[in-house]
Design a protein around this ligand. Sequence first.
Ligand code: GAL
Length: 350
Amino acid sequence: MKKILTLALCAVMMLSVLAGCGGKTDAPANDTPAQNEPAAPAENTPAAPEAGGTIGVCIYQFTDAFMTTYRNTLQEILEGKGYTVTVVDGANDQAKQNEQINTFITQGVDALIINPVMVSAADQIIATVKDANIPTVLINREPTAEQMSAYDKLVYVGALAAQSGTMQGELILDTPNKGDINGDGKVSYIMVQGDPENIDAQLRTEYSVKALTDAGVEVEQLNLTRGDWMRERGQEIVANDLVQFGNQVEVVFCNNDDMAIGALQSIQAAGRKVNEDIYLVGVDALDAALNEVSNGNMTGTVLNDAVGQATAAVEEMEKLLGGATYSSGSQSVYVDYVKVTPDNVADFMG
Ligand code: GAL
């Protein structure tokens, strides 16, 4: 955890420098995906005020493994700075989250940090916080630049999903046979997708495969199934796919680690051996996945930097509390992903 925190702080420092130069984070070149321009420095940035206000945090769903690490880190950082924090569970229900936002507003919180249940509800969320004039940081599920431009005391903190997809593809390209275990000239894969409404799911799905095709590797998609980020779904989907496609499956791409851990259970139950007769990659660098990478039961994962993102979210919140505003088109702050392989996994383990 300490190492991750150090890494995260470096990432955030680097990020501030880049933002100061008006530069971009190290996103994949060309074909820029449909994410927003990184934030320029907030306009009129006065010194951050004394900490000690009341903060409402809305999380889309407490049972989500990655968002559990994220929310615990966020709470720790905020409380460490003397804020009074209430974190609520949207239970994957946008109507419920709307009520929670209204309750926080009625209670007079100083700022909100919101992980929307549905990006399609962003217009409504933004109109509500704007009406109440509450400084707001959106996290993890990114609305469009146009939606955010409706309110200048609003900023998004997240990561460039395409970057994580590309890194997943690179993990496969780095294997001795570039994913083509049976030597038939193509990589046959199954894709276990998160919630397809979410840009993370869309871009990881696209860019993991694009990394292979960009490197001249032929691919064959055997199946793509929605698993909504959940471990049990990963397990079910991969169990079914292994029955249906058997030894044809060379690579299992999971949009996140929790689904990859579920996938691993089915891979082992089917008598297959990761890194020998099948490859498996995820995203997030959950503790469970780090263990499996280190044991050779996952080919690799990609750090989705919860500490870096929570740190940046609090920094942006404090700028807003200090009176900063953001101009349209530059309301997104991104923290870099990091590739995790057996070679560097120890750096990420507590
Ligand atoms: C992603 C993360 C997933 C899930 C999702 C929720 O960034 O990789 O595990 O937490 O966010 O929106």
